[in-house]
Design a binder for this molecule. Structure first.
Ligand code: CA2
Length: 154
């Protein structure tokens, strides 16, 4: 990690993840988006990193937050929601800012419908945590910090 690497991460949650804990608990569990933010923020703090969290149902808001991270974040933890499977635009934003990325999915997308098996984000992410539930966000933070600090290459 360089002397000027910011000790801050960006947590991005995509469309519909504001419904966590409210709908479809059989798929996504009972924890809410607030729980996700707290779990990820605590994991970041355990490594001396701050967390900035954004959730939006609007692709452009997510793109703007990713671009802004270039200024003051060391890496991005992202659950793109359904945009995972559709968005070249989101992939280009992540690739364009050239920060290390951790891709998180609460559910095991590979055990679900075939259209969830492809991720446009997959090969721009250094870390993948899939199907580990909400605790997966903490695992993703830990692995991403390893990448940022040079303890692992993904
Ligand atoms: O498993 C994941 O984390 C997903 O990224 C969640 C997305 C889905 O499209 C991906 O295939 C896998 C869906 C996010 C919507 O979340 C909801 C939560 C509660 C109720 C309804 C939707």
């Amino acid at each position: 990690m360089g002397v000027s690497t910011p000790r801050r991460l960006l947590l991005v949650n995509g469309p519909n993840l504001n419904l966590l804990g409210i709908r479809e608990p059989g798929v996504y569990g009972h924890e809410t988006l607030d729980d996700v933010v707290r779990i990820a923020t605590d994991a970041a703090a355990s490594h001396g990193f701050e967390m900035r969290a954004v959730q939006s149902n609007h692709e452009g808001v997510l793109i703007d937050a990713i671009h802004a991270a270039r200024e003051d974040c060391a890496g991005i933890v992202i659950n793109p929601g359904g945009l995972t499977h559709t968005s070249v635009v989101l992939r280009d934003a992540l690739s364009g800012v050239a920060l290390p990325v951790a891709e998180v999915h609460i559910s095991d997308v590979y055990a679900r419908e075939p259209f969830r098996h492809h991720s446009y984000v997959h090969d721009v992410a250094a870390v993948h945590v899939i199907g580990e539930g909400v605790p997966g966000y903490a695992y993703a933070v830990n692995l991403l910090v390893d990448v940022i600090t040079g303890r692992a290459d993904g």
